[in-house]
Design a protein around this ligand. Structure first.
Ligand SMILES: CC(C)(COP(=O)(O)OP(=O)(O)OC[C@H]1O[C@@H](n2cnc3c(N)ncnc32)[C@H](O)[C@@H]1OP(=O)(O)O)[C@@H](O)C(=O)NCCC(=O)NCCS
Length: 171
């Protein structure tokens, strides 16, 4: 596997994986109507030509195949790095790719904090973030594709410790 910063030529594959994952993994979290044309239009906007000017993105690739990506957005409102999205292709999951992507993001965030938002119903991802030492905040109403969905913020204040934990150097 090759893990590296994304290049403009990666953007179409990233958009396809992001959209396909939402359609598959968020089917129980969002109304079906939101996961059709509205989702496609949203992803086209997010992953347009200037996407890499506003996001720092890592990709995990094997040959021609995009296995996963993680995208951070500058700073969260309270300072620190905000992990905007992290997705691994279904056939590549549970093989350590998410962990490798998170390691790259955590290194980028040092020495400041790292945070992300996850839908409350996304219990698999929440379990993974908990395993990595993420601290959940209070539940809030997120607006996604025009729909209100309960979500939580997950935060790592000590990203040095997160890097150590992900590299197996800390429990
Ligand atoms: C969340 C996601 C990015 C994780 O990627 P992944 O490559 O499958 O993750 P890894 O293989 O690195 O596994 C991460 C950890 O979770 C564990 N794990 C993997 N799948 C798990 C599952 N379904 N339930 C519980 N634990 C799981 C692994 O053992 C591993 O633990 P460790 O790092 O302590 O050893 C991926 O599942 C995904 O793309 N999900 C759909 C999109 C999504 O929900 N993204 C997050 C939005 S906030």
């Amino acid at each position: 596997m090759d893990l590296r910063p994304a290049q403009p030529s990666d953007l179409p594959d990233i958009a396809r994986l992001h959209e396909a994952n939402w359609r598959r993994d968020y089917v129980d979290f969002l109304p079906a109507v939101a996961l059709g044309a509205a989702l496609h239009a949203d992803m086209a906007g997010v992953w347009g030509v200037d996407a890499l000017n506003v996001r720092r993105v890592f990709v995990a690739r094997q040959g021609d195949a995009l296995l996963g990506f993680a995208a951070t957005l500058g700073e969260d409102p309270q300072g620190g790095t905000f992990l905007d999205s992290m997705h691994v292709a279904p056939s590549a999951r549970a093989q350590g790719i998410g962990r490798a992507l998170m390691s790259a993001v955590a290194v980028l965030a040092v020495p400041g904090p790292l945070s992300l938002e996850v839908l409350c119903a996304n219990t698999d991802a929440r379990r993974i973030y908990r395993r990595w030492g993420g601290q959940e905040g209070a539940e809030f109403d997120d607006e996604i594709l025009g729909y209100i969905v309960p979500a939580v913020t997950v935060r790592w204040d000590d990203t040095v410790r997160l890097v150590d934990r992900l590299s197996g150097c800390a429990p």
